[in-house]
Design a protein around this ligand. Sequence first.
Ligand SMILES: [Zn+2]
Length: 328
Amino acid sequence: MTELNRRTMLSGAALAGAAITLGPIALNAPARASVPAAGKQVPGFYRYKIGDYEVTALNDGVLNFELKDGFIKNATLPDIQKALADAFQPADVVRIPFTALAVNTGSKLVLIDTGTGGRLTPTAGSYMDNLAATGIDPKAVDSVVISHFHPDHINGLRLKDDSLAFPNAEVQVPAPEWAYWMDDGKMSSAPDTLKGNFNNVRRVFGSIAKDVKQFEPGKEVAPGITSIAAHGHTPGHCAFAIASGNQSMMTVVDTTNNAYLFVRNPEWQAAFDMDGNMTVETRKRLLNRAAADKMLVAGYHWPFPAAGYITKEGAGYRLNPMAWSSIL
Ligand SMILES: [Zn+2]
């Protein structure tokens, strides 16, 4: 018998003896207090690799809103309810989770979109806590790349006190998105429903306007990260391809919102898709490419960790979730 085994056995015997001795005491002890329910979600982040790049999915929470007629311009309420029920979702509530990406290329730490900044709904705003939980220092972020100017993507650029969340990072935005939302003429002629967004864009970018870098869709925004024109949801909305070594992935961002609705039914046009026909055209172009290339695809509003593989199914597509892995 080796020394280690003998010691293990001895300690095991000692423990068994202790248990026997303690037995009657334990029997007389009062019942253990129950553990109170935590009542809040656990941190939401998940890490995977694309070639040499380390990608971290960062959840910012979820927006829940009541499903009403008109949410999808070209689908009836019963059709939407059926699509939700078929996906085991509540039929009267639309759930829109938010999951942004951090990409560590080895030489650059790049964020793609930033979450709601805790300014959209009480059930979202966990991005910075989740970022901290991953060990990423906001001061170490080199670049923040923005897909489009909706508040759930840009508000996280600023903390609650309006200071910059990533003080050392360059901020890169799609040039056509900037041209549209920063145009005072477009703002004054916009319908009232869009005025709040024009104001929010000015709140977020106003004081840093001269430092913001605009990129033309199609251009590389960081080593191996290339923007893709994906207009329609907003005038300058962009998707991104991320490539390292012989692997690549694409984030389609808001080309498809809720996956159960718009991946399964690519013709459907949400009320918040500013140009519905162009959104559908863009969606099919990107999802067809993803299906043909069998590439990993991320979607900003997909179920966490918000990435998977796209296959064609019937008149639409199927999202096949990425398998969980503890190995990078
Ligand atoms: Zn969004």
